[in-house]
Ligand binder design. Sequence first.
Ligand SMILES: Cc1cc2nc3c(=O)[nH]c(=O)nc-3n(C[C@H](O)[C@H](O)[C@H](O)COP(=O)(O)OP(=O)(O)OC[C@H]3O[C@@H](n4cnc5c(N)ncnc54)[C@H](O)[C@@H]3O)c2cc1C
Length: 444
Amino acid sequence: MGKRLLVVGGDAGGMSAAAQARRIEPDLEIVALERTRWTSYSACGIPYLAGGLLHRPDQLVARRPEEFRAARIDVRVEHEAVGLDIAARKAEVRSLAHGRSFTLGFDLLHLATGAVPSNAGLPGCDLPHVHAVQNLGDAVALLDFARRRRPSTAAVVGSGYVGLEMAEALRRRGLGVTVVESGPEVMGSLDPDVGARVSKAMRDLGIVVHTGVRAEEVTTGAVVTSAGEIPAELVVLGMGVRPDTALAVEAGARLGPTGGVATDRRQATSVEGVWAAGDCCESTHLVSGRPTYQPLGTVANKQGRVAGINIAGGYAAFAGVLGTAITRICDLEIGRTGLNRAEAEEAGFEAVDATVESTTAAGYLPEARPTALKMLAERGTGRILGVQSAGGPGSAKRVDVAAAAIAGGLSVEDLIGLDLGYAPPLSPLWDPLQLAARSLRGAV
Ligand SMILES: Cc1cc2nc3c(=O)[nH]c(=O)nc-3n(C[C@H](O)[C@H](O)[C@H](O)COP(=O)(O)OP(=O)(O)OC[C@H]3O[C@@H](n4cnc5c(N)ncnc54)[C@H](O)[C@@H]3O)c2cc1C
């Protein structure tokens, strides 16, 4: 009789581990529990469902429960792990459809419980018109509310990229949308001067953006802020997420300084036979070398794959993260990788930076659009620390080259000499990355 692996969480971090383990170890019995009705769904696609580009939640599902079952992964949807007895290797499971509870034994445990949306203790968040968009169930609830109540005004509290993607989606559906952000600019993962470009793109689409304004309470029909009341028949929480570590704590797993589950490079937790991946975990930042919390689908899938290989007795290591993230808000593509200025200073780097204004294609072509690129490098060594970009088509994915350069430890001098491609419809002759490196050269 083979061992039983219990996976908690049926999305990226959980099912990529389950699928990988199954491929390597045919004798492993794999049971996966998922609280919602869906497995392996793209939460990243929720704003496009909300915006009406997609019409059914299942369009976001990459792999359905029956497909996993065909691969001998016993997925149980609408089943929640509600407790653990790690010494006895038993989980208490509740069937949400039938209201029954039962005990399930396991030999190995993989935790991929994801994250919970933050509401920062904002009073009124339990009102029925306040919605988070963390999973497909949340998205269905929001769409259902919008169909029944037909709100004409919405407020997004907080301005992480998820909140902003939702603001755009609701605006494109014709709602009057206001974003409330207490920080100096939207998208705190960017430097404020780059964030200001995002604010402008949102205002150009007719979204009201309040920065430096604190939401104090949600009431029926409004958000009360430090700058007065904002009408909002629908409120979306966009204040980011925190790792869901309840089960990990119950298992006795160590949490790191960011609050996420601490794992080694093989995604093993501090408890023998207990693994973890995805939004419930923290990672190591490749530039600062410090623990960091990066709740991203890219990270969850890679960590899940690594965990699955190791669970099945193989060897794989997760390399670490750069916080590489891209999005498109109101026709503005945005990308970031490495450290922003505040992060660089916090990590003890003496950073210099340069911002270049360029174009997405040769300037003489009609399709050329403005693009801005900001680069940070370490004074003295010239090592590239971080890049942020904002502009027309191609601007976001430009940070992928920067991510490769940073991961490789390249300096601005190295980047200037890099053999990057050029053709007039696709890029200016000097890539904006190389232009930024050139203007930083004298400063480092
Ligand atoms: C709206 C939105 C847009 C996003 N866009 C992007 C993007 O463009 N790019 C990007 O890289 N990332 C994006 N992300 C982030 C990305 O979706 C997450 O990082 C990724 O889904 C994390 O995967 P995970 O498996 O760790 O957690 P989750 O996807 O949250 O999955 C965890 C699962 O565990 C289940 N669960 C939790 N506890 C239990 C329990 N006790 N019992 C049973 N089941 C349980 C939950 O129901 C959930 O389905 C976005 C996220 C959202 C919400």
